[in-house]
Design a binder for this molecule. Structure first.
Ligand code: DCP
Ligand code: MG
Ligand code: MN
Length: 341
């Protein structure tokens, strides 16, 4: 191992620190916050170990905040002068850049690939050169906020604010937190909320949604709208929210509303609880049994033409009860916490 000149002032572990810092940047770009944090802690421990060169596993693992995996990495760098994992990461930088761009709200894989092909390397490149829609521009501006995981307790706070505002508009309407939150995740990528009301059709609920969104903007909880898709089968609203009132410095969070007629609540709960892979498996199972499952209900006798295009919707079998949908499909009920494939 060679550590370069300037002895005395230089930490004997400077080369190890330098390689770990590079690796940390890779994880940071990948939005792997957990690894980024472990690396940051290990680097800070190494920086404090100015009196000795750390080259053995025992020495490394005894540093504060350094666990088994990072200790092995430290030994690998100290004994080989490099880190294989980092070399691999460097082989395909475009993949990381692709992920970076794909992480912007409203940027799909196709557009992310175009950015890579255009030679953009950073978010600043995108900001300076790409033509973006308004929602995409907001996504870019709040990139960091939107990438942060949201602690479960904070998701619950957003949900409570929505529920309170909804109760003032229509005390028979209800809101329910879905997505990863309902599956029990300790933190979530965004906040997914179903808005519904017994015996209410979609027209009445559209009105409720409009009032709800206006009320939540007025109390400075909603910060922006990003997308709205009005459909007969339920309307989606995408935006951003922030807790803490008008003077809040809390991060902007992505929030999704799904407006659902009361009689479709079971199918909607099933859909919006996910996860997406579990949903695909349930739909495939339905189609194998000659049925069709979507976010409105479970149907049978769906007529399909060649190329699987639909001739009709079929007969509705169930849409009110999540449990009945499992039953009709002939699979044991799975509680939300177990709906991960
Ligand atoms: N969904 C789906 N297929 C998609 C997107 C969403 O079936 N392509 C359903 C299942 C998801 C739910 O909608 O669980 C909410 O979508 P999210 O993208 O918010 O995903 P999650 O809430 O499951 O995870 P995260 O914590 O990342 O938000
Ligand atoms: Mg979600
Ligand atoms: Mn969502």
């Amino acid at each position: 191992h060679k550590h370069d000149g300037k002895e005395g002032s230089q930490n004997p572990n400077s080369r190890t620190i330098q390689v770990l810092e590079e690796m940390m940047r890779v994880y940071d770009d990948m939005k792997d916050q957990w690894r980024t944090r472990s690396y940051r802690i290990a680097i800070s421990s190494l920086k404090k170990a100015q009196d000795r060169y750390i080259a053995s596993y025992d020495e490394a693992v005894n540093l504060p905040g350094v666990g088994d995996r990072l200790a092995k990495k430290i030994v690998e760098i100290a004994t080989t002068d490099r880190l294989q994992r980092l070399e691999y990461a460097k082989l395909d930088p475009s993949d990381q850049i692709l992920k970076l761009f794909h992480g912007i709200y409203g940027i799909g894989l196709v557009q992310a690939r175009k950015f890579v092909a255009a030679g953009y390397k950073t978010l600043d490149d995108v900001k300076a050169h790409a033509t973006l829609t308004d929602p995409q521009r907001i996504g870019l501006e709040h990139y960091h906020d939107f990438q942060q995981r949201i602690p479960r307790t904070e998701v619950a706070s957003h949900g409570a604010i929505v529920a309170a505002a909804l109760a003032e508009i229509d005390d028979a309407a209800t809101s329910h937190i879905m997505g990863s939150y309902r599956r029990g995740s300790p933190d979530c990528g965004d906040i997914d909320i179903i808005i519904t009301k017994d015996n209410a059709g979609i027209t009445e609920l559209h009105d409720v949604l409009d009032k709800l969104v206006a009320a939540l903007f007025a109390r400075k909880f909603l910060m922006c709208g990003l997308a709205i898709a009005r459909h007969d089968d339920g309307t989606k609203w995408h935006g951003a929210s922030r807790i803490g009132g008008p003077d809040s410095t809390a991060p902007w969070r992505r929030i999704d509303f799904l407006v659902v007629p009361g009689d479709e609540i079971g199918a909607a709960f099933l859909y919006f609880t996910g996860n997406d892979v579990f949903n695909r498996s349930m739909r495939l199972l339905a189609s194998k049994k000659g049925m069709r499952l979507n976010q409105r209900g479970l149907y049978r006798d769906v007529m399909r033409g060649k190329d699987r295009q639909k001739f009709n919707e079929g007969t509705l079998l169930e849409s009110r009860s999540e449990k009945r949908i499992f039953e009709i499909l002939g699979v044991p009920y799975r509680p939300p916490e177990h709906r991960i494939c």
